[in-house]
Design a protein around this ligand. Structure first.
Ligand code: FAD
Length: 440
């Protein structure tokens, strides 16, 4: 096997390098930070991996945290504008998901890959460096994430759906919460207030405190939850979060009230413009490089697909490069990316689909899922394998067929809706929170 240079020791870079080393390639891994720098970095994104991707990392021997809590269920509450829970969907994931602090993953990954024989070079790679690497390796793969070298890769106007951010993001890792107040938080909790905010509370293995929760806030721009823009510290961000939760998602207040940030740096704010770029960039010399991960396919994290996609892409390309052996012409690489896209596009379609308002058909599925665990389980499988949601979650006729194959007809949906209405009335009249899964 020949030589491959991988630029960036992040999710795509670590997984790709491990897979290529296993297949017998000589790998040079270029990282802008040392393992110690990566470990002492600012907080990184939640980056929860779903079942198949967790298994693939384990297969590559990159599962160094057996003690980290797996997420085995997801509990979703759909809130109304006045803070009531319209209904809840609660079901197991088919395979456990796992969110380990990327600072731990990347620093351990870099050390481990060096121990396995990768030649590790520290320093931020520039376009000039890429020229040198392209001249001396069979292939250069840029996995430098969403902030650097992306200008090399041309935006694909056909595959890119958005040109503006669709959400304002805030993420913070917390501990010290009151689990007894909301035992649902032993697993993943999603809180959706349609048109205003989606919030994800994910079991997280934090570098400093271990067991913790990572909270991702996806606020509609200009809406009632879009209040994090002026935040400058973790404490400030958590105070704003507590105020937003008290006002919009009061079910979560008791759980969150005693919480503290896991450290002063484990928080993020910002926004992302989702984009798909052409996977092959031509350097000034005419040589070319391949891009993978966020460098080429960048999604809003609403559907939790970025790190999953980076892993899927790394896996696909490690297999293809190994089967082919070279030479890696630009047209061969583009052809393989197109092949990957035939399935990989579903992660984008899922992410972009969730960014749009829920359709009536999707509301029907969610209400059915609140009453039927088998439907909820099928829905959650979409996070692991987004293609499993198509076409039935995104096409009204396919939704009807999907539900009818599961013996859910119009009358059942009507009955479920009446049930939801009765539950809401009970909350109003009796001031009694529903809080759990509605019963049929
Ligand atoms: C708030 C938030 C929450 C998220 N939650 C999830 C989630 O739950 N699930 C999920 O799947 N995804 C999630 N994501 C997305 C996920 O974190 C990214 O998609 C994923 O990390 C991308 O992997 P990557 O390898 O492409 O880039 P990265 O993981 O960012 O790695 C890039 C690496 O390259 C290095 N680098 C950069 N420039 C250079 C250079 N010039 N030379 C050398 N090295 C360089 C960087 O230091 C870094 O180590 C989330 C994102 C955000 C913002």
């Amino acid at each position: 096997m020949g030589t491959i240079a991988v630029v960036g020791a992040g999710q795509a870079g670590v997984v790709l390098s491990a897979a290529l080393l296993r297949a017998g390639w000589r790998v040079s891994l270029y990282s802008d930070r040392t393992a110690d720098d990566l470990l002492s970095d600012r907080g990184r994104p939640t980056a929860c991996l779903f079942g198949d991707q967790v298994e693939y990392e384990a297969e590559l021997g990159l599962d160094f945290w057996p003690e980290a809590s797996r997420m085995r269920r997801i509990h979703l509450d759909l809130f109304t504008d006045d803070g009531a829970v319209a209904f809840s969907v609660d079901a197991p994931l088919r395979k456990p998901a796992l969110a380990v602090d990327q600072r731990l993953k990347f620093s351990s990954g870099l050390r481990e890959l060096e121990a396995r024989g990768a030649s590790v070079v520290i320093g931020a790679v520039s376009v000039d460096d890429l020229e040198r690497l392209a001249a001396t390796h069979d292939l250069v793969v840029v996995t430098a994430g969403r902030k650097s070298l992306t200008g090399l890769f041309e935006r694909d106007p056909v595959r890119s759906v958005h040109s503006e951010p669709q959400r304002r993001l805030f993420m913070i890792n917390i501990h010290g919460y009151d689990m007894a107040a909301r035992p649902e938080h032993r697993e993943g909790v999603f809180s959706f207030l349609p048109g205003t905010v989606e919030m994800f509370w994910v079991p997280f293995h934090d570098k400093d405190v271990g067991e913790s929760r990572s909270i991702v806030v996806e606020a509609a721009p200009g809406g009632r939850a879009d209040r994090f823009r002026d935040v400058t510290t973790a404490d400030e961000g958590l105070d704003v979060l507590k105020a937003v939760v008290d006002e919009l998602l009061p079910h979560e207040s008791a759980f969150l009230r005693p919480a503290r940030p896991t450290s002063p740096v484990t928080w993020i704010k910002g926004e992302i413009v989702p984009v798909v770029r052409k996977p092959v960039a031509v350097l000034p010399s005419g040589r070319h490089v391949l891009g993978l991960g966020d460098a080429v396919v960048l999604n809003d994290p609403l559907a939790g697909q970025g790190a999953n996609n980076a892993t899927r892409m790394a896996r696909f390309f490690a297999d293809e490069l190994t089967a082919h052996g070279g030479p890696f012409t630009a047209s061969w690489l583009t052809g393989r990316f197109d092949e990957w896209w035939a399935n990989g596009r579903y992660a984008n379609d899922f992410s972009n689909g969730l960014l749009a308002p829920l359709t009536d058909a999707q509301k029907n599925v969610m209400i059915a899922a609140a009453h039927r665990e088998d439907i909820a389980e099928q829905l959650w499988e979409g996070f692991n394998d987004p293609s499993s949601l198509f076409p039935w979650f995104f096409d009204a006729a396919a939704t009807r067929e999907f539900l009818s194959r599961r013996n859910v007809g119009r009358l059942d949906v009507l009955r479920y809706k009446l049930n939801v209405g009765a539950g809401l009335l009970a909350q109003k009249v009796l001031r009694r929170p529903v809080g759990g899964t509605a019963t049929p």
